[in-house]
Design a protein around this ligand. Structure first.
Ligand SMILES: CC(=O)SCCNC(=O)CCNC(=O)[C@H](O)C(C)(C)COP(=O)(O)OP(=O)(O)OC[C@H]1O[C@@H](n2cnc3c(N)ncnc32)[C@H](O)[C@@H]1OP(=O)(O)O
Length: 538
């Protein structure tokens, strides 16, 4: 097999655990399957206060593991429930001395060489601020950065172009992003990136994050989570709200290969599905691109979390050339390998502003081409009896402005047979035609069931079944009002509904059903004859 950094890759059977593995997999089996990638490719680890395996930064001393776990539960969890996260090995949580020992020993043995933190300089707009803590950490040799509350790439607002009328300014995604961005700007929320740098505050946060992982990823051995979170080749981007960790992502950047492997990702239980996971991922992408120089992320996603990763732009198809990642990350059962390409330009932490600006640009274009943004006063639809309007609606506000002209009036078959373009004359002809049709039906021998509205006292369940009743008397009122049937089709629709109702309520063998069918056929023949003779129906 080809190697990727010079050294040969080992066969899987002879592998021992490498420094990270993704949260998704079944921990026990996956550890056995992992490739020992870092041995061949990762830079040597700085000396660690933890005993031991300086090759991959692994914690191999049980004492050290216990020290770290011990500090975790009493210090970090937002809520008490987090205390229950790490059970057996968290019984001595009140023993702060373990943390002091741990911190002291870390500070007493600073790494010999500072970690290479790559800061992109070709984009002057990119600004990542080092906090004091981060500076300390950098001095101490472990990469640690605070991601400022203000995004490093800012999409500038143009206040003159803001629309307020009739515009849906944001969807669910942008609304959540914007509200979290405001929280950041107000200083209530921040996103930081730290690795094991020995700075007390960072260590407290990392242990808080470790506890969240332990709770949210129950298939992961707790020791393993501690090991990766504290491993100095891993970084953790954390959501900090009011100085408490809400969640985070622990990843390992492979700087030479320009990709990162996400090992763990979780948000504390009662803060999930509020947008933190998305904002966290956006901060991670921006940080990993601008600070680590990465172009891709890979992760073995838990089956349950595939949906989340898809929404963050991850795909199951791996496009990254194999020789850039194979042998660097571990194979797992029970997880799905997913990839995300990091866009070189997107302002990940300010996407909501970008989306809003795009909406505005599209809206502006639509306004240039149409008047659809203008809202006119409504029509007075108040009605008298039989659904007849109180007054005739002779003008619909906005209709003419939209390009309508009187010659486009109606699409009535009746009207097309009349030569007159005069509206009043047309309406007179139409009323006469409808009156004659009604009379012809009323005179028919089968009209008796339809002459009056159905009386609910006679047929108690009628109006439970028929929601849109119709009868010849109501139609006569509508015709006589000369306000209701403005097209012949409206009249025909009422007739059809009357017969359809009769056939819905009554079964085919009933007299009512048969009357409906016969009267309808009579009506149709009269309409046919009337239309052919130019509305001179007898
Ligand atoms: C490599 C690994 O670590 S794999 C393991 C991933 N971690 C876990 O499964 C731990 C338990 N889950 C969690 O901690 C969180 O739910 C996370 C990290 C998966 C997501 O964080 P959240 O803050 O809940 O995500 P956020 O609120 O930003 O939701 C983003 C979108 O993803 C959706 N989503 C969130 N979690 C999931 C999920 N498990 N499956 C499918 N969709 C999801 C949300 O509904 C939302 O959709 P929308 O934009 O259409 O409304």
């Amino acid at each position: 097999m080809e190697s990727h950094g010079g050294g040969p890759l080992r066969s899987r059977s002879s592998q021992s655990p490498s420094p990270s593995h993704s949260a998704s997999a079944s921990a026990t089996s996956s550890i056995h399957k992992r490739k020992r990638a870092s041995e061949d490719h990762a830079p040597p680890f700085p000396p660690s206060s933890f005993s031991a395996d300086t090759r991959d930064g692994a914690l191999t001393s049980n004492d050290d593991l216990e020290s770290i776990s011990a500090r975790g539960a009493d210090s970090d969890s937002d809520d008490d429930s987090e205390d229950a996260v790490v059970d057996d090995d968290e019984e001595d949580y009140d023993n702060d001395s373990s943390m002091r020992t741990f911190t002291a020993s870390r500070l007493g043995n600073p790494p010999s060489a500072p970690r290479n933190t790559k800061l992109k300089t070709d984009n002057s707009a990119v600004k990542i601020e080092n906090s004091d803590g981060a500076k300390d950490a950098a001095n101490a040799g472990a990469g640690a950065m605070e991601i400022g509350p203000v995004p490093s790439i800012v999409v500038k607002e143009d206040p003159t172009k803001i629309f307020t009328d009739n515009l849906q300014t944001s969807g669910a995604y942008t609304a959540r992003e914007e509200s979290l961005k405001k929280e950041e700007e107000a200083g209530r929320l921040k996103f930081v990136c730290h690795s094991n740098d020995g700075v007390d505050e960072h260590m407290v946060w990392l242990i808080g994050l470790k506890n969240i992982f332990a709770r949210q990823l129950p298939n992961m051995p707790k020791e393993y989570i501690v090991r990766l979170v504290m491993d100095r080749s891993h970084k953790s981007v954390m959501v900090i709200r009011r100085n408490h960790v809400v969640g985070g992502i622990t990843y390992r950047p492979y700087a030479s290969q320009k990709f990162g492997e996400i090992a763990f990702c979780a948000i504390t239980a009662d803060e999930q599905v509020k947008g933190y996971g998305t904002r966290l991922m956006n901060h991670l992408k921006q940080y990993a691109r601008d600070v680590d120089g990465l172009t891709h992320f890979l992760t073995y996603a838990d089956n349950n979390a595939v949906g989340y990763f898809i929404k963050q732009g991850f795909t199951k198809e791996i496009h990254l050339e194999k020789d850039r990642w194979q042998g660097y990350i571990k194979d797992y059962d029970g997880g799905i390998l997913m990839e995300c390409k990091i866009d070189p330009k997107l302002p990940y932490t300010d996407l909501s502003t970008m989306i809003r600006r795009q909406r505005q640009a599209i809206d502006e274009k639509i306004r240039e081409l149409s008047n659809c943004h203008i809202v006119y006063t409504g029509i007075d639809f108040q009605k008298k009896e039989a659904g007849i309007p109180k007054k005739i609606i002779d003008d619909i506000p906005g209709l003419r402005e939209a390009g309508w002209t009187p010659d486009q009036w109606g699409h009535s078959r009746f009207r097309s047979l009349n030569v007159s373009t005069d509206n009043t004359t047309n309406q007179k002809h139409l009323s006469g035609f409808m009156r004659s049709l009604l009379k012809s039906m009323l005179d028919h021998a089968d009209a008796w069931p339809f002459k009056e509205p159905v009386d609910a006292r006679d047929v108690p369940d009628y109006y439970d079944i028929i929601k849109d009743p119709m009868d010849l008397k109501t139609m006569s009122k509508r015709v006589e009002s000369e306000l209701y049937y403005v097209t012949f089709e409206m009249f025909v629709a009422d007739v059809r509904r009357m017969f359809a109702n009769a056939r819905t309520y009554n079964s085919p063998e009933t007299i009512y059903y048969k009357c409906a069918t016969r009267l309808e056929s009579h009506f149709q023949s009269k309409v046919q004859a009337g239309l052919q003779s130019g509305s001179k129906i007898q």
